[in-house]
Design a protein around this ligand. Structure first.
Ligand SMILES: Cc1cc2nc3c(=O)[nH]c(=O)nc-3n(C[C@H](O)[C@H](O)[C@H](O)COP(=O)(O)OP(=O)(O)OC[C@H]3O[C@@H](n4cnc5c(N)ncnc54)[C@H](O)[C@@H]3O)c2cc1C
Ligand code: SF4
Length: 330
């Protein structure tokens, strides 16, 4: 590991100031992704600003719904009674990720910002535009079984691997961010992560120095509490990233679908919310035929690579199964 300076912040203002002052500085939360990447020489911060002592751990009711502190751990978040009761999809998604020990360390802010698990990103002997701008993309013609089937570019075919964010996309979350000048703003979750385009080195729309302070969930998303399901398909039954995941949420009136959310994980550079699938579902009867049509719409634009055509069929079946379970038909 390369030498770095360690700074422990005591409040949000000193944290953002300490970070903004150094272009290569990074916040340190649970450290479960950042420290691994530093050991692999993929991330090379010259300063770590430890934010773990900041008072950003609360999960509280807000006027808009629920405010979840950026430094609450994944375990605290998944187990919180208000989340279990009103947003069970989020609990399901979080507990599908990592292991108990990791969820005890990982924070919500750090989880949102976890980096891709593309093998070439971790291998510093290989070209990777995300790690080293302009060096090329080894996965494009290499082993791309775990890569994207939607929204990729010639510059990068990586996927975003997180589970929690996939559920947050279905729950219309917003991310509360504090800039170094002290101003706070809300970023709609679907605008938080980016597609790779020609700038795959940028995973999200944060600016240097921005500190995530909370994730906000609207009251209205609790309408999905009764009929939601998070499905994660992976190589091993636990402690593995998704090959494909689906966050499915329905707001039902009898057997009719009033509102729907369909979000796929690990198929693109960001969780992939399918407006097309949702349009197929709204106003329809909840049954397998409807869900098959929704899955077709969700995967219509898929462009598989040499080794991941299986994700198209897997994605289709996963959307159908997640919707069947959300509707309590399976
Ligand atoms: C072996 C393994 C398996 C895993 N499996 C899964 C899985 O299946 N599904 C899943 O979703 N996750 C999984 N995880 C967890 C995930 O990949 C991350 O390790 C974890 O969520 C990161 O959280 P952290 O608090 O430790 O972040 P850190 O490692 O501390 O930080 C990650 C990044 O976020 C930045 N950051 C952190 N907090 C803030 C903030 N408040 N504001 C601005 N920037 C911030 C840091 O600077 C850093 O760049 C796994 C992890 C491991 C090691
Ligand atoms: S897919 Fe993206 S992360 Fe993977 S090697 Fe290509 S540029 Fe790097």
């Amino acid at each position: 590991m390369r030498p770095f300076e360690y700074v422990r912040a005591t409040d949000a203002a000193s944290a953002t100031a300490a970070l903004a002052a150094i272009p290569q500085a990074k916040y340190l939360a649970g450290g479960s992704n950042l420290l691994d990447l530093m050991k692999e020489d993929v991330e090379r911060p010259t300063r770590l600003v430890d934010i773990t002592r900041l008072p950003l751990r609360e999960i509280t009711r807000s006027r808009a719904g629920l405010s979840i502190g950026a430094l609450a751990t994944n375990t605290e978040t998944a187990n919180h009674p208000l989340i279990r009761e009103n947003y069970p999809l989020l609990t399901q998604a979080i507990v599908a990720g990592a292991s108990g020990q990791l969820r005890n360390m990982a924070t919500n802010g750090g989880n949102l910002l976890q980096r891709t698990r593309c093998n070439y990103f971790y291998d510093t002997s290989m070209p990777c535009n995300k790690r080293e701008v302009g060096s090329g993309c080894a996965a494009r013609e290499g082993l791309n079984r775990i890569s994207a089937i939607l929204g990729w570019s010639e510059a990068c075919v990586a996927t975003y691997p997180g589970d929690m964010a996939t559920a947050l996309y279905a729950l219309d979350a917003q991310v509360r961010v504090r800039a170094p000048d002290g101003r706070e703003r809300l970023i709609t979750i679907t605008d938080f992560h980016r597609l790779p385009g020609t700038t795959p080195e940028r995973d999200n729309n944060l600016e240097h120095g921005d500190l995530i302070v909370a994730i906000e969930l609207p009251v209205s998303s609790s309408d999905f509490a009764r009929n939601s399901h998070y499905l994660k398909v992976r190589d091993r039954a636990s402690y593995a990233f998704a090959m494909v995941s689906v966050a499915a949420a329905l707001d039902m009136e009898g057997s009719r679908i009033r509102q729907a959310r369909v979000v796929m994980g690990s198929v693109a550079h960001k969780p992939w919310r399918s407006a097309e699938a949702e349009a197929v579902l709204v106003g329809q009867r909840a049954d397998e035929a409807t869900f098959q049509r929704a899955a077709q719409a969700a995967l219509r634009d898929a462009r598989p690579l040499a080794h991941n055509a299986y994700k198209v069929e897997l994605g289709h079946r996963s959307v159908v199964r997640a919707l069947m379970r959300a509707a309590r038909l399976a």
